[in-house]
Design a protein around this ligand. Structure first.
Ligand code: GDP
Ligand code: IMO
Ligand code: MG
Length: 427
């Protein structure tokens, strides 16, 4: 499978990093194509835990070229820190490449992210406050600063002067908060330029060459389908497109080059930040998932909201990304529950009328007010963290996987039963 896109099918944190790590062993390139350091992708190896925010999760393999594509928004401070911390653990990062067309997150983006959230008050999005939205805003407004601008300090200074003039006005006059010091920012970014310039490359061309050589290339999605700015639970979304089509735009490859799309789906559902979540659980069961699944955000440390698996959103993800196979993660977290609920439909009561939705509702107001309709399945008691083939799983767990595959209409190709590299059930 030479060109494979890996995407999240829910609200992020499905275990994409862990699945990429599994597939990267047999790959030559891993490409991030959207999002920024709002992402937190965890990999657990014999050497301990790695949390990646910007560096593609394939970096740990020496044969992998790790590419940050043009569609990513890059906070150079975070990238430099990530490179330094990898170097400190013995990874040279010589195989890292950064697109010159990627946009830079600037200090004023981070300040604006926080100021906008404060202004929204009760209507806030619950962003990661990493400056993601304001950076994509400037990209679309054509006043962004790109990685390639770091290569020419004169151009960098000119662009910074214009941008900081505008942004300081906004921060000081609209949001009543302090702006940034242009000299300080120039000095800081000139330092980042020196550190990052060795990694800057024509990444679209590199990917094209790898594909022409017949090498396996993975495209690593960040966030998840329901956080997609066009198709997700707007406005409670991120500012990019985490669905598979975005891999083409955000990496610079044509759609005919993509052959496989793996949808990563947690065996239950989680969400961080605000917004609707039909299968959300409160009380003891919700706490059970938080505790057993260690559901705290990789980037912000926030407690993740937890709920039952939602097949309506999974089917939606399959449709939007053309998913050809599923990776089901955290199946082990369901062990010990007497009964499992799986949402297969929504009910919506409105003005005395009753409607059922087996497909994702077309309007947010419906999604906001709909009620999940559950199928009940028997749970299993066994610890399954040692399972390595389907036959090692209890019948109830296999039935659970069969139901997912049947309803989603695509096969389950990978099952994960623990965070460790070997805790994979090959299907
Ligand atoms: P990502 O953002 O999609 O890459 O996911 P995160 O890394 O934010 O969150 C997934 C968390 O679940 C990480 O802490 C992983 O180590 C952990 N994890 C991944 N797969 C499994 C699994 O099958 N079982 C358990 N118990 N933990 C897992
Ligand atoms: P990974 O790649 C889970 C959520 C935030 C917030 C919304 C907008 O680890 O799956 P933003 O900072 O992007 O403007 O915040 O999106 N969010 C994530 N939730 N996992 C992520 O990434 C996320 N990245 C952003 O919590 O609700
Ligand atoms: Mg994450």
């Amino acid at each position: 499978m030479p060109a494979t896109v890996v995407v999240g099918t829910q609200w992020g944190d499905e275990g994409k990093g862990r699945v990429i790590d599994n597939l990267a062993e047999k790959s030559r390139m891993v490409v991030r194509f959207q999002g920024g350091n709002n992402a937190g992708h965890t990999i657990v190896t014999e050497e301990g835990e790695f949390k990646f925010h910007l560096v593609p999760s394939g970096i740990l393999y020496p044969q992998v070229t790790a590419v940050i594509g043009n569609g990513v928004v890059v906070d150079p401070r975070v990238l430099c820190e990530e490179i330094d911390s990898l170097k400190a653990r013995g990874y040279s990062c010589e195989n890292l490449r950064l697109s010159g067309n990627a946009h830079l997150i600037m200090p004023y983006h981070i300040l604006l992210d926080a100021a906008i959230e404060t202004t929204l008050g009760r209507r806030k999005i619950g962003t990661t406050k990493r400056g993601i939205g304001p950076c994509y805003t400037d990209k679309a407004a054509r006043i962004g600063i790109r990685v390639q601008d770091l290569l020419d300090k004169k151009i960098l200074r000119q662009k910074l002067d214009t941008a900081i003039g505008l942004k300081n006005d906004l921060l000081e006059k609209v949001y009543n908060s302090p702006g940034v010091d242009p000299f300080e920012v120039m000095e800081q970014y000139a330092r980042f330029a020196d550190e990052l310039s060795p990694y800057i490359a024509d990444t679209s061309l590199l990917i094209d060459k790898a594909l022409k050589r017949g090498e396996q290339v993975l495209f690593e999605g960040a966030q998840g389908t329901l956080l997609d700015i066009d198709h997700g639970t707007y406005p409670f979304v991120t500012s990019s497109n985490p669905i598979a089509g975005a891999a083409c735009v955000g990496a610079g490859v044509g759609p005919t080059r993509i052959e496989e799309v793996i949808g990563v789906c947690k065996a239950y559902t989680t969400r961080v930040g605000e917004g609707p979540f039909p299968t959300e659980l409160s009380g003891e069961l919700g706490d059970h998932f938080v505790k057993t699944g260690v559901e705290y955000g990789t980037t912000t440390g926030r407690r993740r909201r937890c709920g039952w698996l939602d097949l309506v959103i999974l089917k939606y993800a399959v449709r939007l990304s053309g998913i050809t196979g599923l990776a089901i993660t955290k199946l082990d977290v369901l062990s010990g529950l007497d009964q499992l609920n799986v949402c297969s439909m929504y009910e919506y009561e409105h003005d005395g009328a009753h409607e059922n939705y087996i497909d994702f509702p077309p309007h947010q107001s419906i999604f906001y007010h709909c009620q999940p309709v559950y199928q009940n399945l028997p749970g299993w008691k066994e610890d399954i963290t040692g399972a390595r083939k389907l036959a090692d799983l209890p019948q109830e767990a296999r039935d659970y996987l069969d139901l997912i595959a049947e309803e989603a209409g695509v096969p389950v190709k990978i099952v994960s039963v623990g965070p460790g590299r070997d805790q994979i059930v090959e299907v």
